[in-house]
Design a protein around this ligand. Sequence first.
Ligand code: Q46
Ligand code: ZN
Length: 307
Amino acid sequence: MRRVCSRCGKERSEINLPYAKMSLCPLCFQEFYVNRIRRTVREFSMFKPDDRVGVAVSGGKDSVALLHGLCKAFPEADFVALHVDLGIEGYSQHCKVKVEELARNLNVDLFVFDLKEELGFSISDYARSRRGKVCSHCGVIKRHVFEELAERADVKVLATGHNLDDYVALMLNNFFAGNWIQLARLKVVLKPILPRQTVKVKPLIKTPEDENLLYCIYADIPFRDVNCPYAHTSRLRRNREILDFLTKYNPNFKYQALKRFLELIEILDASIKQPELRTCKVCGFPSSGEICAYCRRIEIMVRHDPS
Ligand code: Q46
Ligand code: ZN
């Protein structure tokens, strides 16, 4: 039997959303997707309509869907795309091409930080010189570089594409490990503690990951279709599988978990004292020690290759 869209009642439905008890046609799904971003931004007061907002865009489906969805949800707002070219062989060039194409299509300014050009080494160079997992170092470098890009682009708010699945899995990770300080830092709107930090916002926390992919396909958004060669299976991935399993029995499970975790974070935030930050004596950005984790990594690379 032909199923009809539960929203418009006319078109054939293609997307089943069990948690919302809806089945939508492609057009209604895109409206539903954009409306949810608009509602989430307003619910958590992520930014004001006249703010200039930076969007961290890696080229992956989540971040490109975020930039596109934000532009549709707030057509009057001033969004800029921020991208870090990590110099990962067989990967970064492809990502950059997709981000450039999207920025052109949406007519938004794009600021790119090229690691190799600006720092003299890429993540591939870093991987060759160090043993162990690359991702934690890459994460530290990206977090810092996005703050620098935000300064260059003159934005005080930085939006990232964390989706519902990743976010709840991350909360669960920190919960089981008893990492209360990290859990408390998973606020949907993370205010700056020191100057030179942006407000971090996550407009996709209520959006399941597979809907980002669907939105990219239906809205014809360019996104990367190769994987980073350093990506590996993590505990986060395993927790995601547990959450997916539970969601089969209760379609609302991830939303319920998100709601409770956000309540817990409020309590933790009020009772936990975050470690004091000072200014890194090399780069001047906030740091827990004399020299920040980013500058320590840069130093290792410079020592490794003094040329
Ligand atoms: S880019 Fe960097 Fe990711 Fe590649 S090295 Fe790991 S963290 S997997 S999102
Ligand atoms: Zn530093």
